[in-house]
Ligand binder design. Sequence first.
Ligand code: ASP
Ligand code: MG
Length: 441
Amino acid sequence: MRVMKFGGTSVGDPARIVNLCEIVSAARSLPPVVVVSAASKVTDMLLTAARNAARGEVDAGPIVARVHGLLDAFSLARDLVAAELAGLDAALARIAAKGAADAEDTDLVASFGERISARAIAATLAQYGLDARPYDAFDVGMITDDRFGAAEPVADHAARLRAHLLPRIEAGVVPVVTGFVGKTLDGRVTTLGRGGSDYSAAVIGAALDCDEIEIWTDVPGVMSSDPRVVPGAHTIASLSFDEAAELAYFGAKVLHPKTIHPAVRRGIPVRVKNTFAPEHPGTVITTEGDRSARGPRAIAHKRNITVVHVVSTRMLLAHGFLSRIFEVFTRHRVVVDLVATSEVSVSCTVDREEGLADAVRALGEIGEVSVTRGRCLVCVVAARILTDPSVCPRIFTALGRENIAVQLLSMGASAINVGLVVDDALGDVTVRALHREFFGA
Ligand code: ASP
Ligand code: MG
């Protein structure tokens, strides 16, 4: 069995949907379970509609037009998604009546993107002669907790998914399942978080113990760097789960970091493929990765990073300094990426504003706090970085050549990455210099 997940661009354009149908039709050697995202832009449009509804403006028009456009391209009846569009209208009307949209209302609205996709894609696949049938994930076992916007499957989700999906697959059905969405045990719709369809695919793939999870996207696999910054970036043929997680975490847009875990636990390879070029082998991510790989695999980066610096001479040599700082971050739900410490100071990078102002205020009671915005976090992801004495000198030689000052540095935490912070304006130059040094392009 294989899970084939198609992202927003793959299900958001008639030419791509044709590719999708050909790809799924050709996949019959291993019975496929198709997992779909919302058509590109639709989730954003839904979230905007929910916000507007909270201000009293109910307008699903742009979404309806987008969805009908896709159905019309395949001469599919608009009735196919009438119930979902009615559900969307009702949800928006309820938000408008209340004058506010909480996380639960927002999740319900956001869920319609995937629910519409599954119906449209199953109907298109049926035109190719497949017995494809649409399922809302929550009707086939994706039951979650009630953390709206970041829900997690409940403990027995795998058994539930198996019980629903296996008999259908055995009967020759190609299930087309919604990514991103779930439901609580008491029947309220949840979402797994932005980009969560990859996670859905991995959860379903792990539950079914399938042979491979394929993530079909609009780029040719996991790249050695962002091709918009480094035109000579190449596809990495194979990566270990740890390398891929590190890459995803530190800015490679192609995979949601959480995606990795359900697959890792069961040792299921995840293959990232390009819907626009199906013959390209893409990137395969496995537990072991490429055991013969030496040196850097990729240069990732994240922009708009904020550095929080806490100095406390009072705390000199005092124990508990770090734990007090991290307790503040935990309390305000601020996620820290990279940390560097000295005896009297700690520097951390964060990539979101949520909770930050409150955290900074609370940190002010521990020490003197400064906040620097507009930084870029660059990561060199390398196999066996700690035992390879050439990696660090080469990083600094390459940066020195371009006169790039490194403001913060961290290595060793994962044994496979060196993280550095530079001025945002130098982000591109830094990434290019490192890519040229290690990959010659
Ligand atoms: N449609 C959702 C989003 O845009 C989930 C996904 O595409 O993975 O975040
Ligand atoms: Mg995605």
